[in-house]
Structures are given as C-alpha cells and as structure tokens.
Design a protein around this ligand. Structure first.
Ligand SMILES: C[S@@+](CC[C@H](N)C(=O)[O-])C[C@H]1O[C@@H](n2cnc3c(N)ncnc32)[C@H](O)[C@@H]1O
Length: 341
C-alpha cells in the first residue's frame, strides 16, 4: 500500500467491503469462552489501520460485557515489514475513531511479518480478523507480459500458476492459524472473491492496466518495464476456499461458513447522488494508486521517478473513468472458521 497514510485516506471502497463481515465478527466475539486471563485478537493485513478501527471497536464492545472490565485484550496488527505502522499508531493515539478512545485495558501491538507463516504464540489467538488482505499472494508465481494481473492473462498457464499460488497461500495461512488459535477461537476473513463466470474485477483492472500502457506509449516508462509489471493479487472462488478443508491439508480448524457476495460500490453511490464524474474518476484513481501503485511501480527501472509515473497513471485512469463511468461489479468472499478439537 502507498505509505504516508495515503492508503488510509483512499480506502473507502475497502471500508465498505468489510462492512458485510462485521456482523459475523460481532457474533464470533460472542462465542469466545470468557474464562481466559487475557484475550488475544489478531488483525491480519492491517495496513495503516483506518479500516481496523471499526472492526476492533466492535469486537471489543462485544467481548467486554462477557469478560469483565479488568480482563486485558491484546490486539496484534499483523502486516509486512514494509508496512506504514507509524500511521497506524498515530491514528490509535490521535484519531477520534481510535478503538482505544473510551476503552480501557486494550493493548495494541504490531507484528511486521507475513501472515502466511505463524507470527504469534501457539494457542494465543481467541479472535482473528482479516479484511481486504488475503487476495494478496505471497509472491508472483510467474511473469505476466500481457496484463498487470496474472488472473487476466490470455495465457492459461499463467492463470493456472496464479491459482496454484492462491491455493498454497490459503493453505499456509490456515495452517499457521491452526497453531495460533486457542481451542474454540474464531476467525473471520473478508477478501476479494470471484464469480462463477467472471472474476468480477475486469473493468477496473483493465482500466488500470490500460492506463499503464498509455503511459508507456507516452514515453514515461519503457515497454520492457511494462512487461515486468505483475500485481500479486487475485480473488478466490468458494471451491478454492473449501479445498484445503476438503482434502485434509488443514487440521484443527472447521470451516463454518463461506459465501461470495457482490461488493458494494460507494464511489458509484456517491456519483448517483452528486452526478460529479470528476470526483468519481479521482476516487477510483486514488484508491487504485493507494492499493496497487507500489506493486506496479516495483517493476520499474532503478532510478525511475516513481511518483512522477504514478501521477501520470493516476491522471490517465481518472480520465478513462470520467469518459466511461461504470458501476464496479466485483465479489467479496466472507469466511467464518473455528478452532475445533
Ligand atoms: C488492501 S490492504 C487492507 C488493509 C485493511 N485491512 C483494510 O481492510 O482496508 C492489504 C494489506 O495486506 C497486507 N499484506 C499483504 N500480504 C501480506 C502478508 N503476506 N502478510 C501480512 N500482511 C500482508 C498489505 O501489506 C496491506 O497492508
């Protein structure tokens, strides 16, 4: 994610996405056995924290009446070492929306390690949460010369390699959580899904990629740099979520529920009210830059002015959206898991 709090300021779409999983998080918090000396909550893929405030506040408020006022709650925000944790902790200290405001005995900590391995002590997590993060793969499985996302490549071998990586990452995520979660612990995850016939992100992924092609054609970057770009993200189907449970690769966890739901589009809703197509273009373009700019720009030559290139891509994407405004039709996966015997 783009640092300096930029993702925090441009992630309204992700905030809307996670809303559909919040009732499950509150229900899961209500299932936690209230007999532990301390409650451990883990927030996997926290980023800069803006979108963790509401879910963590909801989880604390659901737990507190059951565990009593003195039981400490430790909230571990997990993200990659490169994450802008400074924005997260500044928000926690200074923002009125901080989940610390008005809530006692809550202790946030940061873990700068990949959630595809175990990052917390065995049996220490009562409640796990992950929003808008698990469609990010641990790596790019192969080169993708014809698109910014392998899942949209015309080459079936590339798409198969993406699916194999998604499967390995999801399995590793589950195995790590099976160690970390206390028996009876609950885990709720929301991330990008895919539909039966379409992936669902075609319109915006295509517009972003074409904006990079435009910028290459205008001479901002070379076509060799363009060919190296590949964002390690893709949505999963219900069958892909179920696979490691079905074939016994994961033990100690039970898949309670999984659903694919259409994503909200708060940018389109705002446009319907305002008719402001410039705002629609800017909101989408800034969000795409915040979420995908760094992984695209990582492919550029050393010494390339990445900000200048991202400015050009962002402006081009906004123009494309203004010229052809559409409602986004993507999918969210929502998963509920418990740590069983
Ligand atoms: C789109 S942001 C989501 C942030 C926030 N949870 C939300 O709902 O808006 C995805 C986050 O997942 C993080 N992430 C990606 N791969 C990860 C990994 N292997 N381990 C931990 N975090 C990861 C990224 O660094 C990024 O901060």
């Amino acid at each position: 994610m783009q640092g300096g709090g930029f993702y925090n300021r441009n992630s309204g779409l992700q905030a809307a996405n996670l809303g559909s999983a919040l009732p499950l998080l509150v229900a899961a918090a209500g299932n936690i056995a209230p007999d532990a000396p301390m409650i451990g909550i883990a927030d996997y893929g926290a980023s800069q924290g803006r979108n963790s405030m509401a879910p963590m506040a909801a989880a604390i408020d659901a737990l507190r009446p059951r565990i009593g006022p003195d039981c400490p709650i430790m909230i571990s925000h997990v993200d990659l070492p490169s994450n802008d944790f400074a924005s997260l902790f500044t928000l926690l200290d200074e923002d009125p929306a901080s989940y610390l405001a008005g809530r006692a005995e809550v202790y946030p900590v940061a873990i700068g390690r990949s959630h595809y391995g175990q990052v917390l002590p065995s049996g220490s997590v009562d409640l796990g949460w992950s929003s808008n993060a698990l469609h990010w793969m641990s790596r790019n499985p192969c080169a993708v010369p014809d698109h910014g996302w392998g899942v949209f490549s015309a080459d079936a071998a590339v798409r198969d390699a993406v699916d194999a990586q998604l499967d390995a990452d999801w399995t590793n995520f589950l195995i790590a959580r099976s160690h970390e979660m206390r028996r009876g612990g609950q885990l709720i995850c929301q991330f990008m899904g895919r539909g039966e016939d379409t992936h669902g992100f075609e319109w915006m992924a295509g517009a972003f990629w074409q904006s990079w092609v435009d910028v290459a054609n205008a001479g901002f970057v070379t076509h060799a740099e363009l060919g190296r770009i590949s964002a390690p993200s893709a949505g999963r189907s219900v069958a892909q979520i179920e696979a490691p449970f079905r074939d016994g690769r994961v033990s100690g966890l039970k898949l309670v529920d999984v659903a694919v739901v259409p994503t909200p589009d708060p940018y389109w809703d705002a446009y319907q009210l305002s008719g402001d197509v410039v705002q629609l273009g800017q909101m989408w373009a800034n969000m795409m830059r915040a979420a995908n700019g760094p992984s695209f720009a990582a492919a550029l030559d050393d010494g390339r002015d990445r900000s200048l290139v991202l400015d050009a891509v962002t402006a081009r994407l906004a123009e494309r959206i203004m010229a052809d405004p559409q409602q986004n039709r993507s999918y969210n996966i929502i998963v509920a898991i418990t740590a069983a015997d």
